[in-house]
Design a protein around this ligand. Structure first.
Ligand SMILES: Cc1ncc(COP(=O)(O)O)c(C=O)c1O
Length: 387
């Protein structure tokens, strides 16, 4: 089968680098010349800057978004015998973090407009074993946090936000990740704020949770960043208080993230501009365009549309050299890895109906208006007008 070369990709990491090249090159050189490649001043400075950006009291850099979710659950005390409620339309790092803690995954269906956890469906999933709600802000649209927090506070549950896809998104004027007990971010290269490789960060207002995560990410050493330098200087003892993980944020990644963070809002604004343009160009077609609740700032990590005959639409765009994705389909409960949980087709009707029709179109800050028009024109070629 011949494959048409991709002319309009889902991301443009090379373009992003070139647009900031002198500052990124200087930051990497600074770290290499400093000789401090793990821990040290760069991760510490990034943590302070990211915490300030999110209006959170603490930020703790970690090795990936997957590590962020796993360590957040462990820090909240999630363990064997516990249940954690989350959604089936997410990437596997969300659910594997639950299983890696020895806890059980409990899925709940989603809201048909935002595709996020449906607050009104949560109470029926709560049992005596429920420990936490693991809330995903899918594609950059915040989940409806007020009613979710109300249920959690009522039932004494922890709330962990999986904001891997929503860095910089806002819910009623508050940054996601700073609303629940802990926020988890992926800073992988293709994310809204991306490092030069795998990276992640956790935000929290809770001093104890932050301290626990600092220990867990660093093998189990009872060390703050400052102590690390004390240890290297020989003035600080080696104290192990847990069996942790090697999940620190590397200094090179932190330095590059510090270059990109000040431009984040501008780049989110660009994503939002592209989303508005798509909405204008796709108007009148038989498609469901992304919903944006008036109380949120959508960060548009993806531009999800719902269409009939999804595979036909994706094939047509592929023939025009336009990349698309149908993220997280088939849904997690229908994947072989979770067959043992016994959730067949029909278990989560809203999530399943969305998954059948979902196509994510390219959206990235350096995408030109011409490229957006070309994608929209290709969609027009294969999708009929609304009835
Ligand atoms: C919802 C969600 N959570 C967590 C992660 C894990 O992030 P990472 O790839 O940085 O490990 C991802 C990755 O895309 C994700 O989509």
């Amino acid at each position: 089968m011949s494959v048409t070369p991709v002319r309009i990709p889902m991301y443009d990491l090379r373009g992003e680098y070139l647009s900031m090249r002198p500052a990124i090159d200087a930051a990497i050189r600074r770290v290499l010349e400093s000789g401090t490649l793990t821990m040290g001043p760069e991760p510490r400075a990034f943590e302070e800057e990211f915490a300030r950006y999110c209006h959170a009291r603490h930020a703790v850099g970690v090795g990936s978004g997957s590590a962020a979710v796993h360590l957040a659950l462990l820090a909240c005390g999630v363990g064997p015998g516990d249940e954690v409620i989350t959604v089936p339309n997410t990437d596997i790092p969300t659910t594997m973090a639950i299983s890696h803690c020895g806890a059980s995954i409990v899925w709940v269906d989603v809201d048909p407009r935002t595709f996020n956890m449906a607050p009104e469906r949560i109470p029926e999933k709560i049992t005596r074993r429920t420990k936490a709600l693991l809330v995903v802000h899918l594609f950059g649209h915040p989940a409806d946090m007020d009613p979710i927090m109300a249920v959690a506070r009522n039932e004494g549950l922890r709330v962990i936000e999986d904001a891997a896809l929503a860095t910089g998104a806002e819910y009623r004027g508050r940054k996601v990740g700073a609303i629940g007990d802990i926020g988890c971010f992926s800073l992988a290269p293709t994310k809204i704020l991306g490092a030069t490789g795998d990276a992640g960060v956790i935000t929290t207002d809770d001093e104890d949770l932050a301290a626990r995560i600092r220990v867990l990410r660093n093998y189990g050493h009872d060390l703050s960043m400052d102590d690390h330098e004390g240890l290297l200087a020989g003035v600080r003892a080696w104290t192990l208080v847990a069996e942790g993980f090697n999940e620190r944020l590397d200094a090179v990644h932190a330095a590059v993230l510090r270059v990109k963070l000040p431009t984040l809002d501008e780049r989110i604004a660009r994503r939002r501009h592209i989303a508005r343009l798509y909405a204008e160009l796709l108007r009148g077609l038989d498609v469901v365009l992304p919903y944006e609740d008036p109380a949120v700032r959508h960060a548009y990590r993806a531009y999800p549309i719902l269409v009939r005959g999804r595979d036909h639409v994706r094939d047509h765009l592929a023939r025009r050299g336009i990349a698309t994705q149908a993220y997280y389909t088939p849904l997690l409960h229908l994947q072989p890895v979770y067959r043992h949980l016994g959730r067949g087709v029909g278990s989560f009707p809203v999530a399943e109906s969305v998954a059948e029709r979902l196509v994510c179109l390219p959206i990235f800050p350096s995408m030109t208006e011409e490229q957006v028009r070309e994608v929209a024109a290709a969609v027009r070629e294969c999708v009929p007008p609304a009835a």
